[in-house]
Write a protein that binds this ligand. Structure first.
Ligand SMILES: [Zn+2]
Length: 1021
């Protein structure tokens, strides 16, 4: 199959996965029906539930079924599962190594029967056993039903994830053979992995739990018989059990209740899952929420019983009615935006794990904070009642409940705009207070922009298991999903957006929903076609940026003002952009047409326009605010704000580029003191980064063995760029950098592209980077040339490739890495050079000890001195930008300074000037942290090192190929504000072939053992 054909097949397959008929409405919609009658006995000594279930499965589909799939979720929480494989791949250690009796499982204790015929379970994903397949003993025709009998044991794991157990506390999130959904896409059976979980058939759950007498139970459903233990555990509020909520229920199944146990029967209709939790320590608080409900096509209850179960120690966080009142507040909000809750009770309980998980009629939460109750409680509507397939469309449950949570708390762009500017932007303290930085809200708002720019985003409509990693899944499903709804609201307007919620809810309550159902409701509510919107936001990724290119204002004969604003689309995404005209009485907003790339929006105002701006309230995803006003320039620098370039601090502003200025000074022998100014510009810290410097040398004089410099060489300067945003491209060219420089008689031009090829960006997998580039360096004044720089032109193509692997699962800092670099060039003759290194860093004793090892091999063929391989130092091309090292006679190369730009083969005892033709070398260092965080996040380390190699050189007389050094050093390593910092002070006390040693000694040169020292910035590791 060709790639195009495969793609078409995938598209067709995904189309087929719709639950909504082509009508886009409920006409012709069908769903299966399940009726579970379960008896589950908690066997605490064995930490197991023994379950038996009768399932009546009704086939409402138009298809004859010949097989059935059943999910056994608990089998994920054990070694050998698909879940554990994903965890291992992404660097999480949870269930991979759990031993009996700690891991979880769900096992049939007898072959399930289908209309009385036993059938063996098949596990198509073996060794994963979260999906069981059964061949039906006879076909199940449309309209027919089948009775299935299951007997099984279920045990939660001691490692909590959604489910878990600790002591006598059990969280049974998943625990019974749950028949997979059969919808228009066929059987939706999925191996249970960290991404995606929830999809179930609606039906009736009649569950009798047999537990020790003192257990207190929270569960899906209404306790229609037996004592859940709430009365005895009551601490606050009222206890109301609506035992007759469903009127008459079928007779209870016969249950064998051992002495000391009790049977509690929970009953629920129109739910698609049953979860429960039990602990003898649970405290109970209850509330009643009574309201007048409008009639719906589904059954509703005017009185909603709220149950809260919390743990010892929760008195001041959950207790005293706190959780009950917050739960009722959440329901008041949720019913306002959606419609009436569809069930008679709701239970909010404190589970073992942090975070929260939703189940029908119940949430298991790790805290009683209002945002969490809003989120998980919101899932009663977007998951419980509007039941999407989370394996395929998590953006419909997680994204939507994230949006409604932000909405409830006034944190959507619309609510933030209505509230006006924040009272107090971030208050930076200390040294940082001098710098211009973005507010935390602005930083948060840029998280997704960054992911888009770096190419890390994936369409939110990607099936859960196809996301690159769990971190990407979360960022897309929750955050980008939330963003999508805020943009839908911006496109529809407030009243249509609210109408969309109500239409979607009323029409689809207690059904399976998909993208087509949601889009249909949004289109009905707004009266607009929205295929363009859902297609770009669900199935593509991209940025929004529109530019205001022209604004012409005129006054009409009746005294009104008309502003004609021309806007142009620059980003990938289209949007009906708001364009604002500000008058003395505030902003008047006009709207662009999403379908036009260039258009003029006319806005009429009574007052004289004072300002014209795209998206003045910042309610859209438009990331570049610099071009929201007329006059944006090609480098994005118009309107840029000049600031002082405070060392070690990143500065950025949300509305415009910053130009950070600092004075410059350096020294060279031919030019004497150079003084000037440096300007570094950026937008949002990452885009349109420019670095410009201009300096003038105070003197020009000939140096021994050189001609006098020419007057033109008095002027020194450079201009560099990184990640430019140019109009022809819909997004910044991330990773592209280059520049020109005229420094010390050398004109340099370069251009390179860097790629991050890492398979994961949130998980600790391999980090893979590659660059390709070209550099030209041409001598225009040999009277100024840096020392160790040949009077030869140089034009080089070069590339690098690096792979860095974390040392072990969960290791936060140890790694091994391989780096390769190669260049081919033309100087006076053709030349080549290649380097290969392998490194490892190993930490122990809580990171207080480190062992670093490196092997390095390199070879070169007739490069000019500036591109030559060095024994201990970086080459002249790579240190060219260092004004304190490059110039002849510079500050860092003066006698007695002993600066070493550590690099090359890393034999740090040797003179940095020594160049070599070929080398094979090894470096090792053992270090100990002497003091942690001596300032900022910088620690002091002591170390012992040794370097050795076999080398050949064309320019230096080596007395034999073997070279080696050893010594001790101290270093500062860590992070100073926004910069990584390494400063090394090394004493290479032993140097083989001491005539080649660097580092002026305190004792005579030429001795193998001598008191030499050097200092460096940066490191080999
Ligand atoms: Zn959620």
């Amino acid at each position: 199959m060709t790639i195009a054909a495969a793609f078409a097949f995938v598209l067709a397959f995904q189309q087929g996965a719709n639950t909504t008929p082509p009508s886009g409405d409920t006409t012709g919609y069908w769903q299966q029906h399940v009726h579970y009658t379960i008896t589950a006995t908690l066997d605490e000594p064995r930490q197991v539930v023994h379950g038996v279930a009768d399932l009546v499965y009704v086939n409402h589909s138009p298809d004859t079924l010949r097989e059935m799939y059943v999910q056994q979720y608990l089998n994920a929480f054990r070694p050998g599962s698909r879940w554990s494989a994903v965890d291992a791949r992404e660097g999480r250690l949870r269930f991979q190594d759990l031993k009996d009796p700690d891991y979880g499982y769900e096992r049939f204790t007898a072959a399930p029967t289908f209309d009385g015929t036993p059938e063996a379970a098949q596990y198509p994903g073996a060794p994963d056993s979260t999906v069981a397949r059964f061949t039906l003993p006879h076909p199940l025709a449309p309209g027919d039903s089948m009775r299935v009998h299951f007997a099984w044991d279920a045990r939660p794991s001691t490692e909590f994830r959604r489910q878990g157990r600790a002591g006598r506390h059990y969280d049974f999130a998943q625990w019974y053979p749950k028949v997979a959904v059969y919808d228009r896409g066929g059987w939706e059976s999925n191996p249970f992995v960290p991404a995606g979980e929830l999809y179930g058939e609606f039906g009736t759950y009649d569950v009798t739990l047999v537990v020790p007498d003192d257990q207190v139970i929270g569960a899906t459903g209404v306790p229609v018989a037996g004592d859940p233990g709430w009365a005895a555990a009551l601490r606050w509020g009222v206890l109301r059990i609506p035992r007759d909520a469903y009127g008459s229920v079928p007779p209870a199944p016969a249950v064998n209740v051992p002495a000391g146990d009790k049977a509690v029967r929970f009953y629920a209709r129109n739910v698609h899952h049953f979860a429960w939790s039990a602990s003898p320590d649970y405290r109970y608080e209850g509330g009643i929420y009574v309201r007048q409900l409008p009639p719906e096509h589904f059954r509703t209850w005017d009185t909603l019983s709220i149950n809260v179960l919390y743990q010892p120690g929760d008195d001041s966080t959950w207790g005293g009615g706190r959780a009950v009142e917050r739960t009722i507040r959440a329901f008041q909000w949720l019913e306002k935006i959606w419609g009436p809750y569809a069930w008679p009770t709701f239970t909010n309980l404190h589970r073992l794990e942090n975070g929260g998980t939703e189940f029908p009629m119940m949430i298991m939460d790790g805290s009683a904070e209002l945002p969490l109750i809003l989120h998980e409680g919101g899932h009663q509507f977007t998951y419980g009642i509007l039941a999407d397939n989370e394996w395929r469309s998590g953006w419909m449950d997680e994204g939507l409940t994230s949006y409604q949570t932000a909405w409830a708390q006034g944190e959507t762009p619309q609510e933030l705009a209505a509230a006006g500017p924040p009272m107090a932007p971030r208050l930076a303290q200390g040294y940082r207070a001098f710098a211009t930085t973005m507010t935390r809200a602005e930083e948060r708002g840029l998280n997704l922009v960054r992911l888009d720019m770096l190419g890390h985003s994936q369409p939110i409509g990607t099936p859960a298991y196809d996301f690159r990693d769990f971190g990407t899944y979360n960022a897309m499903i929750y955050s980008r999903g939330e963003l999508m709804y805020s943009q839908l609201r911006d496109a529809l307007g407030d009243s249509a957006f609210r109408a969309f919620f109500h239409d979607y809810y009323t029409r689809w309550a207690l059904k399976h929903v998909d993208e087509r159902a949601m889009e249909g409701s949004a289109e009905r509510a707004s009266g607009k076609p929205l295929g363009w919107f859902f297609d770009q936001w669900v199935h593509h990724v991209g940025l929004v940026d529109y530019a205001l290119t022209r604004a012409v204002t005129s006054q009409t004969s009746d005294g009104h003002w008309v502003t004609a604003a021309t806007i142009e689309r620059r980003g990938d995404y289209v949007h009906p952009m708001p364009v604002g005209v500000r008058t003395a009485s505030g902003w008047t907003i006009g709207r662009g047409d999403y379908s036009k790339d260039v258009q003029t929006v006319e806005i009429t105002t009574a007052g004289k326009p004072l300002e014209v701006r795209i998206d003045p309230y910042h309610t859209t995803y438009d990331w570049d605010r610099r071009d929201d006003v007329v006059g944006a320039s090609v480098f994005g620098l118009s309107g840029a704000e000049p600031v002082f370039d405070w060392p070690f601090v990143d500065q950025a502003n949300r509305d415009h580029s910053l130009v950070a200025l600092s004075p410059l000074a350096w020294y060279s022998d031919p030019g004497a003191l150079a003084v000037g100014m440096r300007a570094r510009a950026n937008y949002l810290g990452m885009v349109d980064r420019y670095d410009m410097g201009l300096a003038v040398e105070s003197g020009l004089r000939a140096v021994p063995s050189g001609p006098p410099p020419r007057a033109i060489s008095r002027v020194q300067g450079w201009w560099r760029f990184e990640n430019p945003y140019v109009s022809a491209w819909p997004a910044p060219l991330m990773g592209l950098s280059g520049g020109v420089a005229l420094l010390d008689g050398v004109g340099r031009v370069d251009l390179s592209q860097r790629w991050d090829l890492s398979p994961y960006w949130t998980a600790p997998g391999p980090k893979i980077t590659a660059t390709v580039g070209a550099t030209g360096a041409y001598v225009y004044d040999r009277g100024m040339l840096p020392a160790n720089w040949d009077n030869r032109p140089l034009t080089e193509l070069h590339g690098t490739f690096g792979v860095r692997l974390p040392a072990a699962l969960l290791a936060d800092s140890g790694y091994s890495a391989i780096d390769a670099a190669a260049g081919v060039g033309l100087s006076s003759t053709a030349y080549g050079r290649a380097e290969l290194s392998a490194r490892s860093a190993n930490y122990w004793n809580d990171g207080a000890n480190a062992l670093n090892l490196r092997v390095y091999g390199a070879m070169s063929n007739d490069p000019p001195a500036q591109a030559a391989l060095h024994l201990s130092a970086r080459d002249g091309l790579s240190t060219f930008d260092d004004n304190w090292y490059r110039p002849r006679g510079s500050v860092l190369t003066r006698p007695g300074v002993n600066y070493l730009p550590l690099g090359g083969a890393g034999l740090r005892g040797y003179d940095p000037a020594i160049t070599i033709r070929r080398i094979v070398a090894g470096n090792g260092e053992l270090s100990q942290r002497l003091a942690e965080n001596v300032f900022s996040h910088v620690s002091l380390w002591g170390s012992a090192f040794a370097d050795a190699g076999f080398a050949s050189s064309d320019t230096y007389a080596l007395d034999g190929a073997f070279l080696a050094d050893a010594g001790v050093g101290v270093s500062l390593r860590g992070r100073l504000y926004d910069r990584d910092l390494t400063v090394r002070l090394d004493a290479p006390l032993v140097v083989q072939q001491p005539a080649l040693a660097g580092g002026g000694g305190l004792t005579r040169r030429g001795a193998t053992v001598a008191a030499r020292w050097t200092f460096s910035f940066g490191d080999l590791w």
